[in-house]
Design a binder for this molecule. Sequence first.
Ligand code: NAD
Ligand code: TYD
Length: 361
Amino acid sequence: MLTQDSPILVTGGAGFIGSHFVLDWMAEVGTPLVNLDKLTYAGNLRNLEPVAQKPGYTFVRGDIRDRELVLELLKTHRPRAIVHLAAESHVDRSLVGPGEFLDTNVHGTFVLLEATRSYWQELPAADRETFRFLHVSTDEVYGSLKPGDAPFEETFAFRPNSPYAASKAASDMLVRAWHKSYGLPTVVTNCSNNYGPMQFPEKLLPLVLHRAVHGEPLPIYGDGQQVRDWLYVGDHCRALRVALERGKPGQTYNIGGWNEQANLNTVTMLCALLDEMLPESPHRPHARLMQSVADRPGHDRRYAINASKAERELGWRPVETFETGLRKTVRWYLDHPEWVQEVTSGAYREWMETNYAQRRG
Ligand code: NAD
Ligand code: TYD
């Protein structure tokens, strides 16, 4: 018999959002959690040191595409829910090498769904009802908005434009089909851009922070007027917890920060915070380091989330403002230079060369 004290299985729990989710879960909920992560370049066990020795926490290094392993974990731990975060997550990498995105995001989700289905079908009827498969997805599946367009609603058609977005859209569709065809109690969340501590410095915010501190040019793709809706990662993790508890099977929920910002504005705010927090820096004013570079191909112009359904049906709203969230984020990066140093090793430098060499004027 599954209960609220039964474990949950998290995939991708050593990544950026996953590690915040695991840390918050162990602090706020405290029931057992099994973390399955392959530890790609984006996975970092250092993030999870505070819970590594906690009773109830189990880490398993492995691939979601390994059906035998997933089946074994389900059989051994008998989770009441799966929170599926494991993915390849960076748009620029998907442009350089889309294959891995299809393998992990599409095929990986398929394997996980199939293993889950065979476990779920054997559960007693009452447990089958309460079980949840929470699929964590992105607003990028909806494509790009024009300036005056209404923000994304859950009913909008999928119009993905990058290999990453297409692979996530495909995985969302698989999850939908496993609910419709087999009755698997799935819940999907489509969230906007996250930011916060422990984000790998290939994404805009940590990349800019890392480079600005060292006085290096800050690459702004194209005219910098692309708009993203930024959400503090802690708010996202809380949304996932409530979606797990209150989300209705077969439903999707858009999660966002009600916080649309043009990239130039975001980078300018970051630079101003650095100017304030590093009064002795020779690189002040940091905004001087901004440099326009060749745009990303197929670059989505604007994302914006209408998160009314999550507010209405889940009772969730973000609590962090962009100002407070950015301040926490910048403070964390300044206080953890060793974390940044560790993840910006040889492989990171190779990626920077691959991605930015092609953007030089
Ligand atoms: P991330 O790249 O930081 O972490 C991904 C994690 O998945 C890593 O720990 C990696 O080791 C693991 N992983 C990758 N392939 C795996 C595999 N085959 N088997 C097991 N583990 C594997 O990603 P993130 O930014 O934390 O995003 C997590 C999820 O949230 C993704 O599904 C992403 O699409 C979604 N999402 C992210 C954002 C965002 O702004 N970062 C916004 C909305 C949705
Ligand atoms: P990113 O963090 O890669 O997230 P996503 O592509 O999933 O939205 O990028 C956020 C925005 O910042 C996006 O419009 C691309 C832009 N960007 C730059 O201008 N320069 C950069 O070096 C990077 C990585 C992103």
